[in-house]
Design a protein around this ligand. Structure first.
Ligand code: ADP
Ligand code: MG
Length: 293
């Protein structure tokens, strides 16, 4: 490929809302056969809202919201923002938190009103030796099968509530997935979220392969494993927890609407956060390099 042709390609990229780190990036873009897509903030808007509160018998829903909202107020996670905002709307001012701890990919814990409180996944509950009762388990599973994310709230030594947050799939995601498939690429959805929730989102956009319940630190290993199978992997993500995987991938694509860390780790930035630009990028690289080979 001549440098001039590559530079023409990058200029066209800018017009399409794609920022390319260097002209050489187009070459790896052309060879990609597998596209790993982060769920939250990439396929979905990543703007969640609190939609349901389920409590165990005898538990006050306002109390669950006060404690969970206070704790999540200290976190930047999209789930946390949804819970803190939803709680503040419903119960007003939230109490202060002591000894706050963020358990990456699992949830949060800390002291609120002198009580030890946890909000997060079953795995975090299990670390406290706790589990949800049958009725809360049923509520959580129903929410997850509907593609929502449900987290447990525990305090005073037992799991007492389930909070459900909903995100929406971006209106352009299904078209983008269809575009990737039409280029002969295999899309795979990758997420730390629950498998049922992940499969519901995957079905909505037309993705058949789902890798769920992956801890943030393990996303990079998933990319490595696909490469070891001989795949040339593009990874599309937006979060701090995607950065290592974006760097490891043969081609890293960051959502321009995402975090700086993700953008820095990537070869390409989809400026408007529209997944269809990933399809344009791959088509462009094939066209640019195809015409000059
Ligand atoms: P994703 O891969 O979708 O960006 P994460 O790896 O950040 O998700 O989180 C995985 C799961 O861990 C979430 O679906 C949720 O169940 C739990 N979790 C993470 N952070 C929080 C939090 N601040 N509050 C409650 N649950 C959380
Ligand atoms: Mg994300």
């Amino acid at each position: 490929a001549t440098p001039t042709a590559l530079l023409v390609g990058t200029g066209r990229g800018a017009q399409l809302g794609i920022l390319i780190k260097g002209p050489e990036v187009l070459e790896s873009t052309r060879r990609v056969d597998t596209v790993v897509l982060d769920k939250t903030g990439t396929v979905t808007e990543g703007r969640m809202s609190l939609v349901d509160v389920h409590v165990a018998d005898g538990v006050d829903a306002a109390e669950a919201l006060r404690l969970a909202g206070a704790l999540e107020h200290a976190s930047e996670h999209p789930i946390a923002k949804a819970i803190a905002a939803g709680a503040a709307d419903r119960v007003g001012e939230l109490p202060a938190v002591d000894d706050f701890r963020n358990e990456e990919g699992l949830g949060v814990q800390g002291l609120v009103d002198g009580k030890a409180v946890l909000v997060g996944r079953d795995r975090l509950l299990a670390q406290w030796g706790l589990s949800l009762d049958d009725s809360l388990t049923a509520a959580k599973q129903a929410a997850e099968r509907a593609g929502r994310t449900a987290v447990a709230v525990a305090w005073d030594g037992s799991a007492r509530a389930v909070l459900v947050v909903a995100d929406t799939v971006k209106p352009t995601s299904a078209e983008a997935v269809a575009g990737l498939k039409s280029l002969g690429l295999k899309p795979i959805l990758l997420t730390g979220d629950n498998a049922d929730a992940a499969r519901a989102v995957a079905a909505e956009v037309g993705i058949d392969d789902v890798i769920a319940e992956v801890l943030p630190a393990d996303k990079v290993d998933v990319v490595g494993r696909l490469q070891a199978e001989g795949r040339v992997v593009a990874m599309v993500g937006d979060g701090v927890n995607d950065a290592a995987a974006l760097a490891r991938a043969d081609l890293g694509l960051a959502m321009g609407t995402g975090t700086d860390v993700a953008i820095e780790a990537s070869d390409l930035t989809l400026v408007r956060g529209d997944l269809r630009a990933a399809v344009d990028a791959i088509r462009l690289s094939r066209k640019t390099l195809g015409t000059i080979k």
